[in-house]
Design a protein around this ligand. Structure first.
Ligand code: FES
Length: 101
């Protein structure tokens, strides 16, 4: 079990339990977060954009060049923005906190 805290658009925190190998996008959807993920992981939409808490950003593997390029199109992107379809949950990410922009 991998615990993830989502901070919603309204600022309300929702705690969710993910599983090893699950995409963060899928856990977010299961938890009712309003992430469209229109391209379903093909790095073609950026509607799965989340902002990783500053203290957790370094725990994630760095983004690929393709993810970086697509983040340029994400409204409100910050230095710790990521595409949730590219984040695979592992035990090392237990306790991750992300904000839904
Ligand atoms: Fe389209 Fe993540 S779902 S880039």
């Amino acid at each position: 079990m991998i615990r993830v805290r989502f901070i919603g658009v309204d600022g309300v925190a929702t705690d969710a339990n993910g599983t090893e190998g699950q995409r963060l996008l899928d856990l977010a959807r299961n938890t009712g977060q309003p992430l469209e993920g229109t391209c379903n992981g093909d790095l073609a939409c950026a509607t799965c954009h989340v902002i990783v808490a500053a203290q957790d950003a370094g725990r994630l593997p760095p983004p690929s060049a393709e993810e970086e390029d697509m983040l340029d199109f994400a409204p409100g992107a910050t230095r710790t923005s990521r595409l949730s379809c590219q984040i695979i949950l592992t035990a090392a990410l237990d306790g991750l906190e992300v904000r839904v922009p």
